[in-house]
Design a protein around this ligand. Structure first.
Ligand code: F6P
Length: 521
């Protein structure tokens, strides 16, 4: 037995779980708890600035919450949090600090401040038209080429904050090695007004370097080799790799190994964000995240949003054995948030060994998926309401729309659906017809944002980052490495050589047949 499952806090929670549902249940449904406690909604809601987190539609009661908080205490969440903020090398397998919070600190380290100043000046020059392309025309389109953390964060934020952007400057994102992605992104673009941001922490990622090489060829074919200096900038920790690729180090914006890829949108990886929404708004995004950092560091555990969110997730994952988490933003601008959170959560906490390398005897990170409401309602909510697997769901509501069409009618309809879904999942519905029965008592957490601004988005993203961190601490895993992505990459390089006609290597029969089939590609 691991120290975690052997702990008295874990055993207590296991006992408590049996009191909620099943043969020994003494506790009622969540709906009954609302009837018993007229203050339940306030009791399980916490507000920070323009962000409200409502956990009341979950299986929490005072006894359960106390037991979960005791678990957080016993697992030293506060100590680990302080160690992270202090810059200790808590990413043990890679011997690195985890300091994305320093990127958004009030007084950032000198090296961070210096890069921010360079970004500020570059963004100002591009947005004002002082920086021009090789033909003297101003830049109209930014094409970010990167993948994983070098794509998902900036792409999600640029979409979320589009209304804060300049109509004069558009951003596009290319991540997939599939040529269709780059080809469609470049479709009808004018090389003379296009600026490429090549974003890669390592500057060794095959997809990014291949796409960047093709983008370079596209530019050079139109404007000549000398144009590269005015149309390519890089964001990386790898100065020599950038130079070798042929980008002037003067056009490189650096960051550091203590910024994990999936935590990097606050660094120079956020350059396309700053180019799109301007430096002031980019700083407001950082300030929102900083407000959440400050709260995470100082609020008591019982009032601490990331801690409460993490503990609710642990409760369902480990004690109710629920395998998934649905992320359901009721805002089309947040369409890429589920994809961003998939990397944040699943790459961080999709682990089977603890910090010391011992196999864990408990479940770790959930399967994260989602789509914006109301689209998801017409696709997979059927299973969330009536399927055999209960799926806890995060509903993200935004009060003020960026586009209040029909005098706000669209927004009112949208919100009515989001709120109704949480009520339907809570209450369920009796029916004499079995096909029309809704069991209800299905948990939801509601995030309610007054508006989707750079500041509130910063808060929301940092909330999720710290949630993932707290869960990793409780599970005693390293949330900051991602060795699980390596094996597939290695095998792909062997198989590529074979597809290209090289000597065959031993594989299973299925893989061999697929390689044969691919040789005609
Ligand atoms: O897929 C693994 C990964 O290393 C991610 O963690 C990372 O965000 C992504 O690849 C891109 O890496 P890089 O920024 O070094 O190109």
């Amino acid at each position: 037995m691991s120290a975690l499952t052997d702990s008295q806090e874990w055993k207590k929670l296991t006992q408590l779980r049996a009191t909620w549902r099943g043969a020994y249940a003494t506790k009622g449904r969540i709906a009954a708890l609302f009837e018993q406690d007229p203050h339940r909604a306030e009791r399980y809601t916490r507000v920070l600035g323009g962000l409200r987190l409502d956990l009341s539609k979950t299986h929490l009661d005072p006894e359960t919450l106390d037991a979960l908080l005791a678990l957080a205490k016993a697992r030293d969440v506060e100590t680990w949090r302080d160690r992270m903020f202090a810059g200790e090398s808590i990413n043990l397998t890679e011997g690195r600090a985890v300091l994305h919070t320093a990127l958004r600190a009030e007084q950032p380290p000198a090296q961070v401040a210096e890069v921010l100043t360079r970004i500020d000046s570059f963004v100002g020059r591009v947005r004002s038209g002082v920086w021009t392309g090789a033909t003297g025309q101003r830049i109209r389109t930014i094409v970010n080429i990167g993948i994983g953390g070098s794509d998902l964060g900036p792409a999600m934020v640029c979409q979320a904050l589009e209304p804060y952007g300049s109509p004069e400057l558009k951003t596009r994102f290319v991540s997939n090695i599939d040529g269709t992605h780059l080809a469609t992104a470049l479709d009808r673009l004018d090389p003379a007004t296009t600026l490429f941001v090549i974003a890669s922490k390592t500057f060794t990622t095959q997809e990014t370097l291949t796409n960047a090489t093709s983008a370079r060829a596209w530019l050079v074919a139109a404007l000549g080799e000398a144009a590269v200096a005015k149309h390519f900038v890089a964001v990386s920790t790898n100065g020599s790799g950038v130079k070798q690729f042929g980008i002037d180090p003067a056009n490189m914006f650096g960051f550091w190994d203590w910024v994990g890829g999936r935590y990097s949108l606050w660094s120079a990886i956020g350059l396309p964000i700053a180019l799109q929404i301007g430096m002031e708004n980019f700083r407001a995004l950082l300030a929102g995240a900083r407000a959440m950092d400050t709260h995470f560091r100082s609020a008591p555990l019982a009032d601490n949003l990331p801690v409460l969110l993490a503990l609710t997730g642990i409760w369902y994952r480990n004690f109710w054995n629920l395998p998934a988490l649905a992320v359901l933003p009721y805002d089309q601008s947040l369409a890429r948030l589920p994809a961003f959170l998939q990397q944040l959560d699943m790459e961080s906490n999709g682990k089977s060994v603890d910090r010391d390398g011992n196999p864990v005897d408990y479940d770790t990170g959930p399967i994260v998926f989602g789509e914006p409401g109301t689209n998801g309602q017409h696709a997979f909510y059927q299973l969330i309401h009536q399927g055999t697997t209960v799926i806890p769901a995060d509903f993200i509501l935004v009060r003020r729309s960026h586009h209040p069409l029909g005098d706000g009618a669209h927004q009112r309809i949208l919100l009515s659906h989001g709120i109704a879904q949480t009520e339907a999942l809570l209450q369920g519905k009796h029916s004499l017809e079995p096909h029309r029965v809704f069991s209800g008592d299905r948990p939801t957490t509601t995030f309610a944002l007054d508006e989707l601004s750079p500041f509130t988005l910063g808060q929301l993203l940092a909330l999720y980052e710290h949630k993932v961190f707290v869960q990793g601490v409780i599970w005693n895993i390293n949330s900051f490495d991602q060795f699980g992505v390596e094996l597939g990459k290695q095998l792909a390089s062997t198989i590529l050589a074979e597809i290209e006609g090289g000597a065959r290597q031993p594989h299973d029969a299925s893989t061999n047949a697929l390689i044969d089939w691919s040789r005609d590609a």
